[in-house]
Design a protein around this ligand. Sequence first.
Ligand code: DHB
Length: 386
Amino acid sequence: MRTQVAIVGAGPAGLLLAHLLDRAGVESVIVETRSRVYVEARIRAGILERSTVDLLREVGLGERLDREGDQHRGIHLHWPGERHHLDFVDLVGRGVTVYGQTEVTKDLGRARDAAGQQVVYEVADTALHDLDTEHPFVTYTTDGRSERLDAEVVVGCDGSFGPSRAAVPNPVTWERTYPYSWLGILADVAPSTDELIYAWHPDGFALHSMRSATVSRLYLQVPHSTDVADWSDDRIWSALDARLGLDGWTLRPGPVTEKSVLPMRSFVQQPMRHGRLFLAGDAAHIVPPTGAKGLNLAVADVALLAPALAALLRHKDSGPADAYSDVALRRVWRCTHFSWWMTTMLHATGDQFDAQLQRSQLQWVASSTAGATGLAENYAGLPIGF
Ligand code: DHB
């Protein structure tokens, strides 16, 4: 098979890249290890920055998002005995949209179906070749057959465990693992809050998020090696109640429909390009979930990459493609810092000095316009080319 851009990975980064390339007159084929059902069902965060929503609308993907997405003006910051609302719209002129990544992926999948996009699911043994020539190619097996996909450019949208990241020789990498994990649940119960609650508590962090008027999404800080089996629904609800509790407010429990443990890691690999291979999304960088930046960063990467590849392949202008890694990494590092900052401000470490610093910082962010504006600007998101 031959195409202009071979995309490895059919998550939101790969699908959106294919969509943007198609609109710019560039053809692509996507290969993906998992099945479509798996890709569309995997649960991720659900907070979209303004620039993400603007882009999705601009490229014809805003219809269901506008109908079903929930507009939030800000978040609540909580610690024992206190809850403060930060109004991002007042502080920085923009809020966020609550709309699950699973929904974005389904919308992208339908749009690509309608456009006749070629996506080969459930491939194995994916390997990238001749990346430092103008004729790179990808090999894989499907249904026991070996296949070869020739292209002019290969884009790795295959996450941190995929083959693309590993195909960059001698990258510089940075990594931080955090000494705790998150236990996330989906519950069939109306959210007990209008907007998200981020809670600091000596027992550990808790977050009350939501997916719709009838589905809540909640998280608890848990020890690294925790076993989901140790967390009965009752134990989860009582831990959430202790960490999120406030006089005059009640947490409504309900049937838990999904339960999983999420690792907490920061990772950046530079550069995001090697010859005719470009990396986008989790293939180049991982953020811990606090602040929900992962999807937004992936969208920002491909929003920069699509016009850069169109300039390269259609107009033989390599300027934007040459600038891609440096431009994308500015925002990557901003979000890497913000996600680390939110994480370290809100998670219990067992150290009393850390706890005092966290309480002081929370107090400052909640009571000072300067402090609140910094959080709001980063959370609601910076412009794509920041
Ligand atoms: C969600 C996840 C996050 O990590 C976050 O900061 C906010 C919301 C979510 O899944 O809804």
